[in-house]
Every structure is written in structure tokens, then in C-alpha cells.
Design a protein around this ligand. Structure first.
Ligand code: AMP
Ligand code: MG
Length: 421
């Protein structure tokens, strides 16, 4: 049995950054940018008006209230600016600034003194002084050519897509998807939700959970298979994964001390290098980590659902981050709201609720019902509390590390409770 930190170090040391590929921005949602992205264009790309109103020339000085101007032209968004303009130009939000005009007075700050037959303003009076540059969005004011806009290692989301679209960037380099396989072991498992359970059978709940988490964490799930507790079927499945180009194999079950816990021996038969088996943590102690011939990484998660969730969250996810060139997460440090009893000598990964009081103070409550077969607390918690090996009782106020239920950033949920995402 090895220490939690040591086990995590071995995982990170084994997980190398995978190569990059260029893909269309339209297909890049959720992907990890593999190089810094610099702007090829100015944004805005031309000086334009921020308001509906009248463009005018200030000559570098405030145009005083009461000034009267002739309106010589009109300009809508999408039209090209005329070369020159006498007096004022009636202008709509987003239209380019006509040459020589340098400020815009909003329509609500003028009195229209004369209209033509089409009700177009012909002459206006300025009701409020206009400063040079007022209400003009300047070329490059938001983003200039060659600005660094998206950092290498960013996950592409809607805001990145907006910026890439605004700058006319059609494709970008991203990390390839790590190719994963998920093998769930156990003759008791039933995959079809429509199938009635026979005596002794249970439904496969780890499979859908881990498949979703793998996809969320940026992996491609190429193979997903349920297996009986039988070494022959298992080794055939692992070989199939390797032939299919799988880089990470995640299995559940069959790594503990029972008679049917055949995976460690089967892996040795496959000439895998077992990098550790059993970690001083609760739940999830029987976790196994190995490297297969050819370099694929193998995570043997225990079958109990919370044990497999812990193995995914604290071992597989960090490995995927490393493969994708993402920095490792930093936990929040938050005081415990209530004292917690724990087993000395084990790192404890506990479902917790992170809360914020009306003074803005964060605290964490470790939930009741931490047994590794109980999955309902996963619905009621919003974070993982990580309790140190030392000590049997952690008094209220002890600072503990808090990780989100998943590793994709800290989100505030609708109850006003921080979900350390
Ligand atoms: P094992 O690690 O194979 O000894 O399994 C430990 C416990 O987890 C047993 O009660 C199994 O029935 C249960 N279990 C194993 N695999 C799954 C699964 N895919 N979904 C739900 N429970 C499981
Ligand atoms: Mg089993």
C-alpha cells in the first residue's frame, strides 16, 4: 500500500502530454487549445458609433450646448462611410464613422429643428456638450492585431468561440482527444435498464457514470464493455483495446482481495507493469495503476460506486489533465463547519457541502453516509473534502482542501452555494 500523494505522483509521472491537431473552430467546443492564439485582426475593425445619433466634427474641443448643425447625410450599420461629410451625419449604432467626424451625440441629446419630406432630420441643435471621441468605438479598442487572445491550455467554451468568430479565425490547434476504454467487471451486473433483476443481480451504475465523466474530462471513449469475472474474457477485452489504439483503460471491480478479484494476476499475464496496487485512502483503497506493453495506462478502480468515483476524480482526471497539457487543480482551503471523525493513517475523500454564509464566509460540512456503496450523497453534495492522514478527529474550523465534484472550474449553483466545479 502506498501513500496517496506518492500514488498521484506516479500517475502524473506516467501521463505524458499528447500531440496537437488543427481542427475547425466550429467543431472545437470543449477542446483544449494547444498553442497561444494571437489576433489576426483589429476588433472593432473600423471606428464606428456606439449610439444611434449624429456624428460630428469637434475640431479637438467640446462642441457646446446650443450649437446648430446641418445634417447632410445618413448612415446605417453595414454601409460604407462616405468620403467626406458637411456638418453632421445621422448615424446608427455600428455604422462606420465618416472621415473627418470624430464624435457622436446620441439622438436623445438633440432637438431636430427641421425635417425633410421623408421625416429625415435636416437641421439639429445640440442639447448637451459633446466631447471629442464621445460615443465612438475605436478600431482595435477591444483587441488589436497580434494581441494574445487565448492562452495555450484554455478549454474552448462559448466565450472563446465568440472571440474566435469575431476575429475570423477558422481553425485552431487543439490537443488530440486521449482515447479511453471502459471495462466494467462483475457477473452480477445488468446493463439494460429495461431488464428485471434476477436474484443476486445489480444494475451497472459505474458504467454510465464513468463514461460521462470521461467525456466531460475531454477523453474519447472508444470501447465500453461489461465483462464477467473471468480472466479469459478480460484479457481478450484488454487486447482488443490495445489493438484499437486505446491509450487509457479504466476498469471497475475485481481489484480487491476476493476470490474473483482476478485483475492483478491477469495484468501480469499481459506483461503489464503494475506501478501501484492499493493506496492509503478511503474510499477506494484497492486502486491499481499499471502500464501495458506499448505504453497504455491502466486504472483498475474498485467496484464500489463511490470508490470508483474517487478513483476517477483523484487519479484518472489528473492523468487526463496531464495528457491534455492542463495544469493540475488547486483546491480551495475552507474551514470545517463541524468536527469530523476519521480513520487515522488514511487520506479520506469525503462528499461535502461547501456553503457561504450571509457574511460571505465559506465553510464545508462533511456529509453523513460516506460508505462506498451509497451513491445518493453524490446528489446532495457539491464538493469533495480531502482530509489528511493524521488525526482521528478534526475539530470545527480545521482548514481542509476542497475539490469540485468535477474538475472544470468553480461554479456557483442556484442555491447560492459554491460548487467547486
Ligand atoms: P468488486 O470491487 O468487484 O469487489 O465490487 C465491489 C462492490 O461493488 C460489489 O458490491 C459489486 O457488486 C459492486 N459493483 C461492482 N461493479 C459495479 C458497477 N459497475 N456498478 C455498480 N456496482 C458495482
Ligand atoms: Mg466484482
Amino acid at each position: 500500500m502506498i501513500a496517496f500523494d506518492d500514488a498521484r505522483r506516479r500517475v502524473l509521472a506516467a501521463a505524458g502530454v499528447i500531440e496537437a491537431q488543427r481542427i475547425p473552430v466550429s467543431a472545437s467546443m470543449g477542446r483544449i487549445v494547444a498553442e497561444d492564439v494571437f489576433s489576426p485582426e483589429h476588433l472593432p475593425s473600423f471606428d464606428n458609433t456606439a449610439m444611434d445619433g449624429f456624428a460630428l466634427a469637434t475640431g479637438g474641443q467640446a462642441v457646446p450646448e446650443g450649437t446648430e448643425l446641418v445634417v447632410s447625410s445618413a448612415l446605417a450599420a453595414g454601409e460604407a462611410a462616405p468620403a467626406g461629410c458637411e456638418g453632421a451625419c445621422e448615424i446608427m449604432t455600428g455604422a462606420p464613422m465618416p472621415d473627418g467626424l470624430d464624435a457622436v451625440i446620441p439622438v436623445e441629446n438633440v432637438a431636430v429643428l427641421e425635417h425633410d419630406v421623408d421625416r429625415r432630420p435636416q437641421r439639429i441643435r445640440v442639447l448637451q456638450a459633446v466631447l471629442p471621441g464621445a460615443n465612438v468605438r475605436r478600431r482595435g479598442q477591444d483587441i488589436s492585431v497580434d494581441d494574445l487572445v487565448i492562452l495555450c491550455g484554455t478549454r474552448i467554451g462559448a466565450p472563446e468561440r465568440m472571440v474566435l468568430a469575431a476575429l475570423g479565425i477558422a481553425d485552431i490547434p487543439v490537443r488530440k482527444l486521449p482515447v479511453a476504454a471502459l471495462l466494467t467487471t462483475g457477473r452480477e451486473l445488468v446493463d439494460d435498464p429495461g431488464q428485471a433483476l434476477l436474484p443476486g443481480q445489480i444494475r451497472n451504475s459505474n458504467g454510465p457514470f464513468l463514461a460521462d465523466r470521461l467525456l466531460e474530462c475531454g477523453a474519447e471513449l472508444r470501447i465500453r464493455q461489461s465483462l464477467p469475472d473471468e480472466a479469459g474474457a478480460y484479457t481478450a477485452a484488454v487486447r482488443r483495446c490495445l489493438t484499437a489504439g486505446v491509450e487509457l483503460i479504466i476498469s471497475t471491480g475485481a481489484v480487491s482481495m476476493g476470490r474473483y478479484d482476478f485483475i492483478p494476476d491477469a495484468l501480469r499475464e499481459l506483461d503489464a507493469e503494475i506501478l501501484f496496487h492499493k493506496v492509503a485512502m478511503r474510499p477506494g483503497k484497492p486502486l491499481l495503476f499499471a502500464r501495458l506493453p506499448g505504453g497504455a495506462l491502466y486504472f483498475g478502480l474498485p467496484g464500489n460506486p463511490v470508490s470508483s468515483a474517487v478513483g476517477m476524480r483523484f487519479f484518472v482526471e489528473p492523468a487526463l489533465r496531464a495528457c491534455l497539457g492542463l495544469p493540475q487543480e488547486s483546491p480551495l482551503r475552507v474551514p470545517l463547519a463541524e468536527a469530523v471523525e476519521k480513520k487515522p493513517g488514511f487520506r479520506m475523500l469525503q462528499k461535502a457541502v461547501l456553503q457561504c454564509d450571509d457574511q460571505g464566509r465559506l465553510s464545508a460540512t462533511v456529509m453523513k453516509g460516506q460508505e462506498s456503496f451509497r451513491i445518493r450523497p453524490l446528489l446532495q453534495s457539491n464538493a469533495w473534502a480531502v482530509l489528511p492522514e493524521q488525526g482521528a478527529i478534526l475539530p470545527a474550523g480545521t482548514l481542509v482542501d476542497l475539490y469540485g465534484l468535477s474538475g472544470n472550474g468553480i461554479v456557483l449553483n442556484t442555491c447560492g452555494v459554491a460548487n467547486a466545479g
